[in-house]
Design a protein around this ligand. Sequence first.
Ligand SMILES: Nc1ncnc2c1ncn2[C@@H]1O[C@H](COP(=O)(O)OP(=O)(O)O)[C@@H](O)[C@H]1O
Ligand code: SF4
Ligand SMILES: [Mg+2]
Length: 338
Amino acid sequence: MTAVAPVVAMENVVKEYAVRGQGGKGTLRALDGIDLQVARGEIVGVVGESGCGKSTLAKLVVRMESPSSGRVLIEGQDAAALSKDEIRTFPRKVQLVFQDPYGALAPRMTVGGAIEDPLRIHGIGDSASRKAKVSELLTLVGLGDRLASRYPHQLSGGQRQRVNIARALALEPEILVLDEPVSSLDVSVQAQVLNLLRSLQQQLGLTYLFISHDLRVVRYLCQKIAVMYLGNVVEYGTAETVFSRPRHPYTLALLNSIPDHQVSMRDQRSVLLRGEVPSPIERPSGCPFHTRCPMAREICSESRPMLREIAPGQWAACHFSEDVPALGDQERMSAKAP
Ligand SMILES: Nc1ncnc2c1ncn2[C@@H]1O[C@H](COP(=O)(O)OP(=O)(O)O)[C@@H](O)[C@H]1O
Ligand code: SF4
Ligand SMILES: [Mg+2]
């Protein structure tokens, strides 16, 4: 998907969980053959409704989980194929920032202790140098040194998330996987944390895999977008192309749910989402979106569309991408408003 050697590459990644349902044991396919590449210094956004597999994808990239099949490569290296020595330094390259700032920080550990923790675990520096590093990191994320002795409950949501970011940066990673990092924050605080993330990315030359169910947040920060549906990437491309000319009916429906991104009234009937997301235990045949797709035809329930390049730098997994209606422009919309 990109000409530059990727720092993160997912190759046909499948993740299945064994689950117990009403009919006994079953298999839940959380990721259904993901191909995704992230180039160095890029901010790639991953969007999709709850349950589509975003957090599972994050866990695989940071190696909290391993794929059922397929490969996850970090800087061309497959964690599953590393030697013991290589394994020791490998996790430092990729760090995860979670959504919930409360849950991520231990309540009885001070802020300074929490940021120092990964350094201690990896045996980096002595007590004095680690303290200096903590103070440097607190400054980097826009917090004062004096916060080092505070406890998580004494901080605001925004401050806690800054501490989480500082903690993730302690080991000087190259890649941050951010799983809904601003979703639990107030809108005004969201903007501050997003601005911090943007400036850190530029300052430190980081690569971000930025996960969110909120398209506005992703549009603000990301250069590339991967749209997920039921464990699949259904559309991928630059933020500019995906937001201005989506080529998958699901992307169009998601964009239509953002107030300032609506399609013209004429096209509405072809883009509104209907029905529920199917269970990943009983996946639909053919196109995973066919049970809800307003554009579905007979072939859609039989044949699964593969991700293909529809326009330069834009891929979509739909048999009828060329027929996806264009987004209506704002002027036409406001002209129609009563
Ligand atoms: N450990 C697990 N065991 C069983 N099912 C899981 C597990 N983790 C996630 N799932 C299921 O996998 C699917 C994708 O979940 P998740 O990756 O958390 O989605 P998202 O982050 O997009 O909301 C969901 O149906 C979820 O219930
Ligand atoms: S392949 Fe068919 S069902 Fe799937 S998104 Fe395209 S038109 Fe809709
Ligand atoms: Mg999630």
